[in-house]
Ligand binder design. Structure first.
Ligand code: EPU
Length: 436
């Protein structure tokens, strides 16, 4: 019989101590495909060791890249001799970020064949803006039977003006990837401004690209002939840091969160301060401390620098402990409140009405068996388990492992009572992994 893993948490202990944040997942999952554009060795530091990056590295290796771990968070990727070919489509289907292979392969080979990225679990997540961008650069795109076929008629893309109808992280980064080796200048208007977009641009520029304006809503890419190897360190993960910040506040603890860029956390810090949590910024760390009653707040998720949708479930868990009624409005996805039912199993009072979650605070949580519905929902259940009276068991933790390096170990070092236990696998859930 096969076994799956679950988290078992005995709640009620405030988190205390220090935690070091890993490299940003959503930067890493673009930078790994970006190394396809480079002829030479890319030494990448601060690479998070999570299942999403592992899957992308496996895909690159299958395509012929040489990948060598220097230490736990530093790798060398050498795509010099990679040839166009079939990648492992079963892996591509499992991971959302495989869409970056469309832009990277088009840039490198003038053609691409990928699967459509993995299924969506918070509403419809089309890639029409990615396709619109690639077509503007001259690619012919065909989506058929779950595959994306792309080709530049003369083997090379050409710069163009692209206005994104929707602010999209993925489309912005994918168009950057496709355009760095194109001829001429590409302008992306209404671009997303997340820190990981700046990070991708900085990575590419350090390898010889000419990407300007990342971090604003207008990005200009002047195509260059080729990219060369180099060394680059990925920025710290904004959402991993935010998750520990919220966990510290929710458990009424005191945690110094190290290896962060406090500016990237401002949207989260400000909302925490509104609840009465103390957040102190230092040069590359933040101290979070909470005691006494938390206050209700209202939140609307928005593209950066707005409050990140990827912190919404964790914040909802915190607000279950606050006094009064808080409202969270989801501004990015159609359906990212599936975790509400799981929280309610633990005694919370969260009512979802369309794109709004109405959270009546002040109900103490009690341990229960619950599921991780997706990566951040899973993190929210962990926070709930840490606050709850009694024991919480969380199944489907493979979602959580996509984005949190050493989650259990880091939490244990902060004093949490959390461990991994096995349970019999009576379903084929592992094959239904939903990409983030
Ligand atoms: N959208 C379209 N058309 C497109 C692209 C996006 O309509 O062609 C819509 C989406 O359906 C969504 C909105 O635009 O409603 C924003 O989507 P975006 O493209 O920004 O998201 P994404 O690239 O699919 C990345 C992260 C997500 C994160 C979002 C928003 C990766 C692999 N994923 O997704 O990360 O929620 O940006 O910041 O980078 C997570 O880490 O938990 C996670 C879900």
């Amino acid at each position: 019989m096969c076994f799956l893993e679950k988290y078992v948490i005995k709640g009620g202990k405030p988190l205390k101590g220090e935690v070091t944040i890993s490299g940003a997942k959503n930067a890493a999952v673009a930078i790994i495909p970006a190394s396809l554009l480079v002829k030479g060795v890319c030494r990448i530091e601060n690479m998070p060791h999570i299942s999403d990056t592992d899957m992308l590295l496996t895909i690159l290796k299958e395509l012929g890249a040489k990948v060598r771990f220097i230490d736990n968070s530093t790798i060398d990727i050498d795509c010099t001799n990679v040839e166009f070919g079939n990648a492992p489509f079963d892996l591509m289907r499992k991971i959302r970020a495989s869409y970056y292979l469309i832009g990277a392969m088009l840039g490198r080979f003038g053609k691409a064949k990928t699967t459509m990225p993995g299924g969506c679990n918070f509403g419809c997540r089309p890639i029409d803006q990615h396709i619109k961008g690639m077509e503007a650069l001259g690619a012919e795109i065909n989506v058929k039977n779950g595959f994306v076929y792309a080709a530049a008629p003369e083997g090379k893309l050409h710069g163009s003006f692209i206005y994104l109808d929707k602010v999209s992280v993925g489309a912005t980064m994918n168009i950057i990837l496709a355009s760095v080796l194109a001829t001429g200048r590409t302008i992306i208007e209404n671009a997303a401004r997340e820190p990981h977009i700046v990070d991708l641009a900085n990575f590419l520029n350090s390898m010889g690209a000419d990407v300007r304006g990342a971090g604003t809503d207008t990005i200009k890419v002047n195509g260059v002939e080729s990219l060369h190897g180099g060394t680059y360190a990925i920025i710290p993960d904004q959402i991993e840091a935010g998750t520990y910040m919220v966990a510290a506040a929710a458990t009424k603890g005191e945690v110094l969160i190290k290896n962060v860029i406090p500016k990237h956390l401002e949207c989260i810090s400000e909302k925490l301060r509104e609840t009465g949590t103390i957040v102190q910024n230092f040069e590359d760390s933040v101290l979070v401390r909470a005691s006494g009653n938390l206050r209700k707040v209202n939140i609307k998720t928005l593209p950066y620098p707005g409050f990140p949708t990827d912190m919404q479930p964790q914040m909802a868990t915190l607000l279950c402990q606050a006094e009064g009624t808080s409202v969270i409005t989801e501004g990015i996805y159609d359906n990212r409140f599936k975790y509400a039912a799981e929280l309610n199993k633990m005694g919370a009072n969260v009512n979802v009405e369309g794109k709004m979650a109405i959270i009546e605070g002040g109900h103490s949580l009690t341990g229960a068996p619950v599921m991780a519905c997706d990566l951040r929902a899973g993190a929210a259940m962990v926070i709930a388990g840490l606050c709850a009276n009694g024991e919480t068991e969380i199944e489907d933790i493979h979602y959580i492992e996509r984005g949190y390096e050493d989650f259990v170990e880091k939490l244990r070092r902060l004093g949490a009572d959390i461990c991994i236990a096995e349970y019999p696998d009576d379903t084929d859930k592992k094959d239904n992994v939903i990409a983030v």
